[in-house]
Design a protein around this ligand. Sequence first.
Ligand code: PLP
Length: 222
Amino acid sequence: MASRESAYRDVLGRIEAAEKERAARTGEHRSVRLVAVSKRQSAEAIAALADLGQRDFAENYLQEGMEKQAALAGRRLTWHFIGPIQSNKTRSIAEHFDWVHSVDRIKLIRRLGEQRDPAQNPLNVLLQVNVDDEASKAGASPAEVPALVEEFAGQPTLRLRGLMCIPRPGNTQAFESLAELNAALPRPLPDLSMGMSGDFEAAIAAGSTIVRVGTALFGRRD
Ligand SMILES: *Cc1c(COP(=O)(O)O)cnc(C)c1O
C-alpha cells in the first residue's frame, strides 16, 4: 500500500471531487465530513493520521475504542461510535463519545438521553436505518423512523443529526433510498452518514454528508 500520507491525500481529493461533481449537478454545495474508521488499528496508526490533520475517528467496539481514547487523551479528537449497541453499553457511549451513528430503537434514545451528562455538549446522534436488507437485524425499518425522530423532542442532552445506513456492498441504490426517506420527513435532518471505502463517491453523489472510511486510509485490517 502507498504511504499513509498519500492514501489520506487521495481520499480527501476523491471526496472533494465528488462534492464538486454533485454541486455542479444539483447547485447545492455540501461539505462532507471524513470519519476515519480505526477499528482494529493501533493508537499509533490513529496518531499518525491525526498528525496529518485528521480529527474524526470511529470505533465499532466499546472496550477497544475506550482504550485508544485513553492512549490518545492529550489530542483533541472527535470520537464516533458506529458499532451495534447493546443497551447495557449505552452509559459508556454517552460518557465517552461525541457522535453515535448506530441508534435504532427508542430504548437506546431514552437511555443515552438520561446518561449523557448535561454539562457535556449534547451527544450527536444518527439513526441507523435498514434500507436494503430485510434479513439483517441492525437498523430501524424506514417505517419506524418518524416515531424515533419524535422521541428526541424530550431529550435536551441529545442532538439528532441525521440518518445512517450500511447497505450490502454494491447496493448504491440504498443511498438514494436513505436520501429520499430523509427528504420525506416533516423536517429533513442535516446529515446523512453513508459511504465506506468501496462506495463513498456514490454515496456523496446521492447526498452523503459524512463518509466512514477505514481500509482506504489504513490499509486492510488484520
Ligand atoms: C468497518 C466499517 C466501516 C469502514 O469500512 P471500510 O470498508 O474499511 O472503509 C464503515 N462503517 C461501518 C459501520 C463499519 O463497521
